[in-house]
Ligand binder design. Structure first.
Ligand SMILES: Nc1ncnc2c1ncn2[C@@H]1O[C@H](COP(=O)(O)OP(=O)(O)O)[C@@H](O)[C@H]1O
Ligand SMILES: [Mg+2]
Length: 166
């Protein structure tokens, strides 16, 4: 992507640990109802980022790649849930496949993160944070975070402030 959309920002990660820490910061900022869409090839760091997000969000459950189960759920002591879906094996834009999760109901009391979200693009809520992730080298990754909707724009502003202090 040559030009960033307004309110988007990019992040260069130089280690898995740094990606995880980015996730921790982001995870600590997510209100109920937030949808995070992750797009990137195998190894681009999606699951690593989700591990940080779940930690920052306050889950003590272990995060594993749900590639073969499609949907994982993590809990927080206050009863809220983090839904972690992986659309890797789903056919592109197959609405039947998203039916494994009642998205609206899930978002009433939780947060949703989808890996390979590009395969479900048309069925995902319009308001989301889209995270495009790219492999740059053995330890480097490039992320572009783009918000849709007012609340998500604010979340990314706060995240930038937390990261860069500007
Ligand atoms: N900067 C980085 N960010 C994220 N992962 C990295 C980075 N550098 C190396 N890695 C490694 O790349 C792999 C990413 O795997 P994973 O997070 O499962 O990707 P995906 O879910 O996109 O397939 C992990 O083995 C991780 O340790
Ligand atoms: Mg993964």
């Amino acid at each position: 992507m040559a030009i960033l959309k307004p309110n988007a920002f990019e992040f260069f990660s130089h280690s898995a640990e740094q990606t995880r820490r980015l996730g921790v910061r982001l995870g600590a900022m997510l209100p109920v109802g937030t949808v995070l869409c992750l797009e990137g090839d195998l190894g681009s760091g999606k699951t690593t980022l989700v591990q940080g997000i779940a930690q920052g969000w306050g889950s003590t459950d272990r995060v594993t790649s749900p590639t073969f189960v499609i949907l994982n759920q993590y809990r927080r002591p206050n009863g809220m849930q983090l839904f972690h879906a992986d659309a890797y094996r789903l056919a592109e834009n197959d609405p039947f496949d998203l039916a494994i999760l009642d998205v609206e109901q899930a978002l009433e009391n939780g947060v949703l993160i989808v890996e390979w979200a590009d395969r479900l693009r048309d069925s995902l809520p319009k308001e989301h944070i889209w995270i495009e992730m790219q492999w740059m080298g053995p330890n480097s990754r490039h992320f572009i975070l783009t918000p849709e909707g007012k609340q998500n724009t604010q979340i990314l502003k706060d995240l930038q402030l937390a990261i860069y202090g500007v």
